[in-house]
Design a protein around this ligand. Sequence first.
Ligand SMILES: C[S@@+](CC[C@H](N)C(=O)[O-])C[C@H]1O[C@@H](n2cnc3c(N)ncnc32)[C@H](O)[C@@H]1O
Length: 755
Amino acid sequence: MGRGRKRGGRGGGRGKQPKSDEYRTDLIEKADMKNERFFAYYKAQKIVPDDEWMDFLEALRSPLPTTFRVAGSRQIAKSLNETIKDVHVPSLSNVTFEDQTLPPPVQLPWYPDGLAWQFNVPKKVLRKSPEFKKFHSFLVFETEVGNISRQEAVSMLPPLFLDVEPHHIVMDMCAAPGSKTAQLLEALHAQDTLTSSSIPSGLLVANDSDYKRTHLLIHQSARLPSPAFMVTNLDASNYPSIRLPASNGASKKEQLLFDRILCDVPCSGDGTLRKNIGIWKHWSPNDGNGLHGLQLRILQRAMKMLKADGRIVYSTCSINPVENEAVIAAALQSNPEFCLVDVSSNLPELQRRPGMSSWRPTADKSVSSTYETYEAFLAADPQGAASTKLTPGHWPPSNVDELNLERCMRIYPHLQDSGGFFVGVLERKPSVGKASAQVREKKRTADNEAPSETETKKPRLEDSSTPVHVEPTSGVKESSVSGEGGGGGTTGTGNGSFKEMPYTFLSPRDPTLLSCISRLRLTDEFPSTNVLVRNPEGDVVRSMYLTNDLIKDIILANDFTKIRLTAAGTKVFTKQEGGKAIEAQYRILGEGLPVVLPYLDPSSIVTGNMSVLKHLVMSHYPLCTSFEESFQPLLDSLELGCHVFRFPPGELDGASLTHDLLVPIWKSGVSVALMVDKKAKNALSLRVFGKEVPPSVRDKKAEQDGSEVVIVEEPTESVIGNAETEAEVEGEGEEMALDETIGDTEIERVVVQAL
Ligand SMILES: C[S@@+](CC[C@H](N)C(=O)[O-])C[C@H]1O[C@@H](n2cnc3c(N)ncnc32)[C@H](O)[C@@H]1O
């Protein structure tokens, strides 16, 4: 497994960064954290008042605190947050390390319900202080199971301002690696309960133009499995129209419009200087100048795809007005029915500065001069100006005062010890704009706004006994995935081809599906019309996926190669070879259980106690005869194969389970096993029993041999998209160290591996 990369910018044209020591914060002296071009440029912009400049610089030169949030959609969020408050914070208070007292974690004052936290200790403390080490393990394992998300504080802002509800149709235009996507998914799943997941009527489309990064995105999002989630791999600035089946007897398909769109665009990333310190060396005003065009095109495309009463959030982790206010101003000029929304009363504890209404771009790398107007720039050096990509749109427009740019939010590092960030919230103007957009929306059909597509008649599933999939009708134009900016345009093979397997819905009368439903004792309410497999024939080979109705409609109405659909729905069942004692069967995946649970016949759920749970968690494939005697008759009575066990709240030797726990189990001839992956098992063990699972014989052997540690131990599958053959992504896997980052996104031990 290769080491991951660290980027200075955010998917914004830098390509792969060298894996050199210059990206290690512990190897660079404060005195070297300087760049005269950066200083000259931002002083000319008057980015902060003169008397704050030194505080601003000092903050940029100090290490960024670690921040994380407890995933809000989970009912477990409250109890996990209480555990942090009541157990971890006290145990981390008054900890000394090398004669220094270390500060415990604190809550971010502006984050709703106190679910986001921050702490600031050097990395070696996390490795060496027993108290912080334990806390760190807790964070790592809870992150793995999706209960906690390590994410930079400022990066949590855009989804909060987008205000997503479960019925919303949402688009994340530049989504990888996916920290904001996870937040959006949580909002879509706000109605999930403690143990089961809702099936939202809305939808989240997460898109990224970089194929490899879409798989990173899929991996991250698998922690929050959702039948309402799909991933596409397209250039956001040229995003094609997604079609919906015609409604109300109309003959033409409709275009899918969005209630909420996040444009977290590729940017120079100079707001992430505190952790991407390589930027100190390379920063130039041309980083932002070059990205302005792509950023504008992405925002303008979003404006075209928005419903009449929809909302767009535009964000960057750059503090450069050319990438921020200039983009918004130019988009408002070309779409005058839009306006900036005043969100100054939202998140009142968040310290922010208003957007700027004057700035001074330059094409001069050394920043010896900056210009108030485009005309002044042209006049100063007509020949030089002609050879740059600077446009009038890089400057404030003449009507800048009418645009309310002060409604944008600028976040600076010295205000609340964070990274630098920019957010603008856009909607259509309340009166004229919305009304005319509504009229347009009514008139809009797939044909008059979308690239054309050969119509393919598809039967409705309910009446069919054969599987349905849609043949690709045309090749994908390479231009549809081209893009400026680092990741932009990269595809699986780098040449624009698209190698995903088709999405084929099973007939609800498919014999394998029927046998799976009956063996797992699912009720008639199970949405068996929405189960798909990933091959053209509709053969149930290995895994089955569940989508909601909207995703099904989209798959049936669109050529999946045209929308470069990389994942859809969530994997719920997978084939389990049973060994000699038992024929192969389908089992419920750990990640799919919350989605399937509402459809499980309650009488088929086996109830265990704390001692059974402890034995299952702490042992590897325990023999049925090794369980407490009173539980053995129940185990003996179970058929071989997949079962769901429920553990009600309870206590045992000081360990306590505070809420109902449901887990999938596999019973083979002589043993039973908990079917959750090793990290999820460790998270559970730490949370309930206060210690990690002892290493298995295989782990110990691997350690002795010095061989690579296999991350998933039980016979579960890796969570890479929903390609039928995981081998397809082999070789694209990458592992990132604990502290690695992409832009403003923390990647906590992202392990992408094909098993
Ligand atoms: C700032 S990062 C997004 C971070 C992400 N929203 C998150 O919170 O994890 C920008 C992303 O835009 C992608 N990108 C670059 N050019 C693009 C384009 N033309 N269309 C879509 N995505 C693009 C990059 O691959 C990168 O993943």
